[in-house]
Design a protein around this ligand. Structure first.
Ligand code: KIV
Length: 274
């Protein structure tokens, strides 16, 4: 998958996107034929046990992005710019975006809407790096947008979102994530712009859908947002396997002959003779 192929999918078929943070999961997502893999800063919550996505930086993001790209053969890999890397240190945004491409082998970066989003987006695109926008609920600035709540619920707020999407397209973004936006507003945005919209809690009319993989596999148990569909309860399956291991070891049912190595009888005898 490359950027042009992703853009060309608009109005042809829905785009699929999932997060991944390590080699084994990225390998499965890639083999499943998912179009885009996002190395999301949700890493903070679902992998590192932190409270906020603002608590991860370039070191953690690059470490995980490298593991993901080592596994991927077909999907487009997008690195999520951590909060510090472009909102706090906006003068370093291009340098940091380049690190995702040059050091971690990502094909693009994603960044969330904030006060100076358009300037930063322009600088990164001018440096030749493809950018995916992210509007609506932007977790990195949740304190400034009223918390983890649906965005664009009044006509005025919805118009602002539509405007943000149009401006991001003008700056040259290749796609935009719409997070927690009323479905009718997501539909309006999707019809208004010519680049794909990827929804998460934004209804069925977006050009594609994204979920956090640990949510949809039932691996993240701290909380489950309304927009998440759990396709499997992996936490329950893993707990059962761990319980079985514990019981079999304590009851000496594991390992069996099948999992053990042998020595020829005559060699064993020699040890006893000495
Ligand atoms: O970090 C992340 O996982 C994201 C998705 C929710 C789009 O930004």
């Amino acid at each position: 998958m490359n950027i042009a192929e992703i853009i060309a999918l608009k109005n042809k078929r829905k785009i699929t996107m999932l997060t991944a943070y390590d080699y084994p999961m990225a390998s499965l997502v890639d083999k499943a034929g998912i179009d885009i893999i996002l190395v999301g800063d949700s890493l903070a919550n679902v992998v590192l046990g932190l409270e906020s996505t603002t608590q991860v930086g370039m070191t953690e993001m690059l470490h995980h992005a490298k593991a993901v790209t080592r596994a991927v053969k077909n999907s487009l890999v997008v690195g999520d710019m951590p909060y510090d890397s472009y909102q706090i240190n906006s003068n370093e945004c291009v340098k940091n975006a380049k690190r995702f491409i040059q050091e971690a082998n990502c094909q693009a970066i994603k960044l969330e809407w904030f006060e100076h989003c358009l300037e930063v987006t322009e600088q990164i695109i001018n440096a030749g790096i493809p950018v995916m926008g992210h509007i609506g609920l932007t977790p990195q600035t949740s304190d400034k947008i009223g918390g983890f709540i649906v965005q664009g619920k009044s006509a005025e707020a919805a118009k602002k979102l539509i405007n943000q999407a149009v401006e991001l397209q003008k700056k040259g973004c290749f796609a935009i994530v719409l997070e927690c936006v009323p479905d009718k507003i997501a539909e309006l945005i999707t019809k208004k712009i010519s680049i794909p919209t990827i929804g998460i809690g934004a209804g069925v009319n977006c050009d594609g859908q994204v979920l956090v993989i640990n949510d949809m596999l039932g691996l993240f148990q701290r909380y489950t947002p309304k927009f998440v569909k759990k396709y499997i309860d992996l936490a329950a399956l893993i707990s059962k396997a761990l319980e079985d291991f514990k019981n079999e070891v304590t009851q000496e049912k594991f390992p069996t002959h099948e999992h053990s190595f042998t020595i020829p009888e005559e060699e064993l005898k020699k040890i006893n003779e000495n």
